[in-house]
Design a protein around this ligand. Structure first.
Ligand SMILES: NC(=O)c1ccc[n+]([C@@H]2O[C@H](COP(=O)([O-])OP(=O)(O)OC[C@H]3O[C@@H](n4cnc5c(N)ncnc54)[C@H](O)[C@@H]3O)[C@@H](O)[C@H]2O)c1
Length: 253
């Protein structure tokens, strides 16, 4: 196996599929990969995804928790661009509720998107990547892969599951030349808490000040880490959860 590292950060000739591509980190990642030459299947359950249609980006309206849709999304990559090199499992949702107030639907809803959606897409992507003997899967985790605070039990459980999916799958995948890694994101100024807070991005910008870096990230900063993990430059990273959290997971409070 070659260990030479390309000096170019280019995705020319690569085909990527990004979930949750209509907003926040997924949108920034889709734009970055496309700018650097990748063809992208951009998946989201929001109809906003249609606005991304342009040469080299094909929107696909789908819920990552629906198995049929996942199968069709990966098939679309093969039909449209002939292959799939990169999968970014980014779609995610959050809920803030104490466990004693949480319904089974609340719990199942979070796990279905954040963990099961990533499983389904990883399985379908692996099936497409194995014959090519190469590929990269990047999961978008969180500080909640490892840390917790009250009211995020379902979210933390889903991101803990995603971290372990990353590690276990990486061992199955590397034998086929496929690398599986994750980014553990800190607070990012996005729309993910809009259903909880009147000003979701404002809340995240404020909450991010608790990190040692004393600010939240912009989506583009996490997209850079995702692009690195998806690139050949990350050739020796297997099953890593790379924390991009402004030091949040390092500091003892
Ligand atoms: N923003 C943060 O502070 C933060 C922190 C840590 C981790 N993350 C993770 O980053 C990822 C992206 O979140 P974001 O902050 O960019 O949020 P966002 O709400 O801005 O974007 C998420 C996108 O995912 C889509 N989506 C949600 N459920 C879906 C489903 N079932 N099927 C298809 N699409 C779906 C939404 O429509 C939206 O476009 C998530 O996995 C989230 O857990 C975010």
């Amino acid at each position: 196996m070659s260990t030479s590292i390309s000096n170019e950060t280019t995705f020319s000739g690569k085909v990527a599929l990004v979930t949750g591509a209509a907003s926040g980190i997924g949108l920034a990642t889709t734009k970055l990969l496309h700018e650097r030459g990748a063809k992208v299947i951009a998946v989201d359950r929001s109809s906003d995804i249609e606005t991304l249609a342009r040469p080299g980006i094909v929107p696909f309206l789908a819920d990552v928790a629906e198995e049929d849709s996942v199968v069709r999304a990966v098939a679309l990559a093969i039909e449209t661009f002939g292959k799939l090199d990169i999968l970014v499992n980014n779609a995610g949702i959050i809920i803030n509720k104490p466990v004693v107030d949480m319904t089974l639907d609340d719990w199942n809803g979070i796990l279905a998107v954040n963990a099961t959606g990533a499983f389904l897409f990883s399985r379908e992507a692996m099936r497409a990547m194995i014959p090519a003997k190469q590929g990269a899967i990047v999961n978008v985790g969180s500080y909640a892969c490892y840390q917790a605070f009250p009211t995020i039990a379902a979210y933390a459980a889903s991101k803990g599951a995603l971290a372990q999916l990353t590690r276990a799958l990486s061992l199955e995948a590397i034998d086929h030349g496929i690398r599986v890694n994750a980014v553990g994101s800190g607070d990012v100024v996005t729309n993910i808490t809009n259903h909880i807070h009147a000003d979701g991005p404002g809340f995240l910008a404020e909450h991010g000040k608790n990190a040692p870096i004393k600010r939240a990230a912009q989506p583009e900063e996490i997209a850079e880490v995702i692009a690195f993990l998806a690139s050949d430059k990350a050739s020796y990273l297997v099953g890593s959860v790379v924390m991009a959290d402004g030091g949040m997971s390092v500091a003892l409070k």
